[in-house]
Design a protein around this ligand. Structure first.
Ligand code: 5GP
Length: 121
């Protein structure tokens, strides 16, 4: 899938759309989700142009990948989520329910997050 420079997270990265920033470094930006589904709901995105988790894993540099997971570690530590736990979700593609085509990890915490999926087989 080709990267869409007009997706909402690209606009946030360019400063064209505001966000409530939680963390930033050269490779990573994290901000509060505009429609929180838990007391803590943070989106972590690479500053590079990656559509999905598989695009990121395949094409990002080791420095970008390390920075991404280090940022998640710092955020969950800073937000006090480590003791009781949290959930990370990377929705991917249509079946995964991905709405924004810029790779992002949801961090959800602050309460029990509930069942892993809503589908019933
Ligand atoms: P997805 O469904 O792609 O995994 O998640 C996209 C997330 O982006 C949703 O949880 C949605 O609430 C969030 N979102 C969409 N537009 C904006 C925005 O303009 N600002 C922020 N902070 N979050 C957004």
């Amino acid at each position: 899938m080709t990267y869409d420079n007009n997706n909402i997270f690209a606009k946030i990265l360019r400063g064209e759309v505001p966000c409530k920033e939680v963390y930033r470094d050269d490779h990573v930006l994290a901000f509060n989700d505009i429609n929180p589904l838990a007391p803590t709901h943070i989106l972590v995105i690479p500053t590079g142009k990656y559509v999905s988790i598989d695009d990121f894993g395949k094409n990002a540099s080791p420095a970008e990948i390390k920075a991404f997971y280090a940022a998640i570690d710092k955020i969950v530590e800073d937000k006090g989520l480590k003791t009781k736990g949290f959930r990370c979700i990377a929705n991917t593609g249509p079946n995964g329910g991905q709405e924004v085509p810029h790779f992002h990890m949801h961090i959800l915490g602050g309460c029990p997050i509930g069942p892993m999926v809503s589908t019933a087989l």
